[in-house]
Design a protein around this ligand. Structure first.
Ligand code: SAM
Length: 260
């Protein structure tokens, strides 16, 4: 079985669209995992994945890379806080936000903190999705080690978290506005009418064609005037082609005034 056949077999058995991921990166990660298990060919590894749930979990962990932290790239979150969110709130006091590929939940809870500060009791809704059930379980638990909170100020820590044996648990005020669900960006339908879509540090793993498909679908999922917020190392080169206007290095807007 070659790598292409392995991807197809895994795709069919576990419902993953591995063709959408950049081939070299993906192969490197899978090969090193196989090496660590001393499994030399793809057919044996595929058989192992079929029979062993723990290996399936490790495999998924390896391809998803679900690290995250609160206010990742704080200087960029600062732009969201001081420039982007106030404009969105001026147009709509009850924001609908989608944190796509939310990993352990640090990202959607960071968004919930900003919403709580700028419009307390505003009835915002933050939908947070990811392909990885393990990451979603951690996100629902909402308990974090101090390292993940390094960019959370002491005032925010005191207001939005409860300390528990050296870890920090998010308070009800944040939990109330964030809902988590499983969603595969490569095959599941997207919602509609979001004011803000945050999709950071996942598109980098996808092929160019799939990235373009994602941006097209994000555009359709935003309401006119809505904004897409992407990762620090990402850029959408042909943003006009998808209909976006660029309003900042990491922020792209669906023009206001057109029909949703
Ligand atoms: C590096 S984390 C990014 C987390 C967060 N957005 C941030 O920037 O800190 C990448 C996340 O993408 C998720 N992911 C990978 N492939 C995905 C897919 N096809 N659909 C949805 N999520 C996916 C992974 O499970 C992982 O949690």
């Amino acid at each position: 079985m070659d790598f292409a056949a392995f991807k197809r077999a895994v795709g069919e058995s576990f419902g993953l669209v591995l063709e959408g991921y950049k081939e070299r990166q993906l192969k490197r990660r899978i090969d090193s995992l196989m090496q660590s298990l001393k499994v030399e060919d793809y057919r044996r590894y595929y058989t192992l994945l079929l029979s062993d749930p723990e290996q399936r979990r490790r495999f998924l962990d390896r391809i998803t890379i679900n690290v995250s932290e609160f206010f990742r790239n704080p200087e960029i979150f600062q732009i969201l806080e001081t420039e982007i969110l106030p404009r969105l709130l001026a147009a709509n006091r009850r924001l609908r936000i989608w944190s796509a590929a939310c990993a352990n939940g640090a990202e959607p809870y960071s968004l919930a903190i900003l919403c709580a500060e700028q419009n307390p009791g505003g009835g915002h809704q933050i939908e947070a999705t990811d392909i990885d059930e393990g990451a979603l379980a951690a996100a629902r638990r909402g308990v974090y080690r101090k390292e993940v909170l390094q960019h959370v100020s002491p005032a925010r820590l005191a207001r939005f978290f409860t300390e528990q044996d050296g870890n920090y648990e998010v308070r009800e005020e944040l939990r109330r506005v964030v809902s988590f669900r499983h969603h595969d960006l490569l095959k599941d339908p997207y919602g509609r009418n979001y004011d803000l879509i945050v999709c950071r540090n996942v598109a980098i793993y996808f092929t160019r064609e799939i990235q373009e498909e994602l941006y097209r679908r994000f555009f359709a999922a935003l309401r006119p005037g809505g904004v897409l917020f992407i990762g620090a190392t990402e850029t959408i080169l042909q943003y006009q082609q998808f209909g976006f206007e660029k309003i900042g290095t990491w922020f792209y807007r669906r023009p206001a005034g057109e029909k949703g």
